[in-house]
Design a protein around this ligand. Sequence first.
Ligand SMILES: Cc1ncc(COP(=O)(O)O)c(C=O)c1O
Length: 478
Amino acid sequence: MNAEVPENAVETARRHLVQPWPVASTVGAEARALIGDGDGIYITDGEGKRLIDGPAGMWCTNVGHRREELARVLYDQAMQLSYNTPWYTMNAPSAELARRIAAAAPGDLSHVFFTTGGSSAVETALRFMQFYNNVRGRPEKKLILSRGGAYHGSTYLAASLNGRPRDRDWMDGADELVVKLSSPDPFRRPVGMEVGAFADMLVEEFRSRVEAIGASRIGAFVGEPVQASGGVIVPPDGYLQRIREICRENDILYISDEVVTAFGRLGHVFASGDVFGLDPDMITFAKGVTSGYFPLGGVVISERLLQELRRSNHPDAMFAHGLTYTSHPIGCALALKNLDILEDEVLAHARAVAPYFQAQLKSLEDLPLVGEVRGLGLMACVDCVADRESKNPLQLDRAVGARIDAHCHELGLLVRPLINMCVMSPPLVITREQIDTMVVILREGISRTMEDLRREGLWQAEVQPSPPPPLSPPPWPQ
Ligand SMILES: Cc1ncc(COP(=O)(O)O)c(C=O)c1O
C-alpha cells in the first residue's frame, strides 16, 4: 500500500476532512468517533461497540436506521428518474409530497418550496419575506426578530439569527438586518419571578421593541416552537400564541422554524398547529422529513401570501431563488415513504412513549450536578450546573457535556453534548425498555463525571447524590 494513504478512516479524515464546528487549534486535524453502521435505534462505532443513538443523528433519524422500505425507494426512484432540472421541468414525487405536507400543515399553508436542508429552508423563507415586501412596495420592511438561544442554520442570513452562546463570537453576520430578543427560557428566568410573569415580560419586550423600531421596518419573526440546539427550551404556556397575535396585528410574518420539531419529534407532522395552536405564515422543515436518509428540507408557505403576490402590480417581479436540488425526485420519493411510516405507525408510538421518556429522564434531577431536566415529546435536555442556586452553567469546566458523552459512549450510549448540557432526542421508535437502558447509562455517565470533577477539584456539590437504582444485569460491559 502507498505509504501516503492512511489505512483507517479516522486517520484519513484527520488528514483530509474539515468537519463541522471545528475550533482553530484542531481544524482539519480532528479525530471524531467513527460510526460504521446503524440499525433501529442503534449505531455501531469504529471499534464495533453498539450504541443507542441518543441524538438520532442530529434530531433526524426519526423512523430509525436501516429501514428497508426507505432503502428500496432510494433505489427504485434512482432507477426511474435520478434527477431533473427544477428550473423548467418538474417531477411527480415533489408535487405529491407538497400535497401531503400541505394537508398536514396548519392554517392556510398550502404550498411547499423544497430545499436541501434546514439552513437553506430558513434562508428561503427569509428571502421570500424580502421579495414579498419588495413586491408589495415596502422595501424598508425587512428587519428580522430572533431570540437568544435560537439556532437557525449555517448559511449567512440564517446564521445571523443564531443566538446561542459562542455561535457568533468569531463569525460575521448580517447584524444590520436582525433584532435579538430574550430567550424564552423559564429555567433561567429572573430570580423570584413566576413563570406567568416571565411570559408577560417576554411578550412585553416583544411588543415594546416592535413599537420602538416601528412595524413598518419589521418583516418577520423567526422562532423554533421549542428551541432545540439552544438546550431544548420549552417556552412558557401561551407565550408563542401571544407573539403570533402581535405579529398578525403588525403585519409581521411569523416563520415557525420546525426543522427539529416537525415530522414526529413532538408526536405530530407539524407541532406549530397540533401542539401549540399556531397558524404561522411559513413553516420551515428538514431533518425528519426524510429521517436523515436524504438531504431535504423546505418551506411551507401561506396561500394568502402567494395570492397577494399574484395580485400585485408587478407581474414580472421574479423570486430569483432556487437550488439545483430543489424538489429532488429521490429525496421527495423517499420523504413520501417516510411520511407513510410516520403516519401509519411512528407518530402514535411517539405520542404514547413520550410521557415515559420525559418522566424517566426527569428522575436524573436527583443528581446534584443536574440543574434541570426539561423537554417535550421525544426531545429533552439534561442541564448541568455548578450549583442549583445560581444555575451557573459550570463555567469552571465548559466541557461537562463532552465528559458525560465520553463516559456514556463507553457504556453504550451516544449523547449530544452542548457545553454544560446533554441533549437527548432518540429515534422515535425507541421502546420503554430501551428508554430504561438509556437513562441508566446516562445516570452512570453523569455520576462518573461528578467523580472526575470532584477529583480534579473543579466542582464540589453540597448535596450528596442518592444511590442509583440497582442494575440487574448491567446494560453495559463491565
Ligand atoms: C431549528 C433549526 N433550524 C435550522 C437548522 C439548520 O439545518 P441544517 O443543518 O439542515 O442546515 C437546524 C439544525 O440543527 C435547526 O435545529
